[in-house]
Design a protein around this ligand. Sequence first.
Ligand code: CA
Length: 233
Amino acid sequence: MDRPNTAVVLVIEDDAQIRRFLRATLVDNGYHYLEASTAQDGLRQVGMQHPDLVILDLGLPDMDGLEVTRRLRDWTSTPIIVLSARNRERDKVDALDAGADDYLTKPFGTAELLARMRVAMRHAIQIAQGTDDPVFTTGGLRVDLAHRQVFVDETEIHLTPIEYKLLLVLVQHAGKVVTRKHLLHDVWGPSYEDEMHYLRVYVGQLRRKLEAEPMRPRYLITEPGVGYRLKVE
Ligand code: CA
């Protein structure tokens, strides 16, 4: 049995239908639900209620969701999951680069929503408590961060320093999407943020070393137009 989950979730969304869906889903799953239909009300409630997670629509009537993300990140590290309309890749990428933790594209399903919420909140708790495990495992992939060793099904895999660094950034954000710009910045440095082909080459190399079927990756998932996600199993 899971222990009762009383995390407080604030939904900032102007679409009443989506709010109703989120309210029903979150209350059913034991979350304490709060809502705001404007950015101003949302920002005010974050300050007053200190939610454990914010679900933020990017298309709000009174302020761009991107600006809301920036304003929140000025003072709080509360996880933010943004909701975006289909085909607005640029918005999602900008929101992630502004400090959002993850995104969902409308329409989204309950299972996907709850999974993203769990990842975002678990990550926040790990950062707050400093309890990051020195060994990361997902499926048959194991990364020993203390010894910089990588294993697939107990066979050690030799990675180049760049390949390892790329995998490390994905491990540090396991389960969450990491934008291409973020990866390029952290692996190669700030002047390489536009070198998208570096990423394609190195992700391809990593997949050939880590994946049983590199063309149908199990661990290193492409988020089209946005970045990559290391899948947590
Ligand atoms: Ca909207």
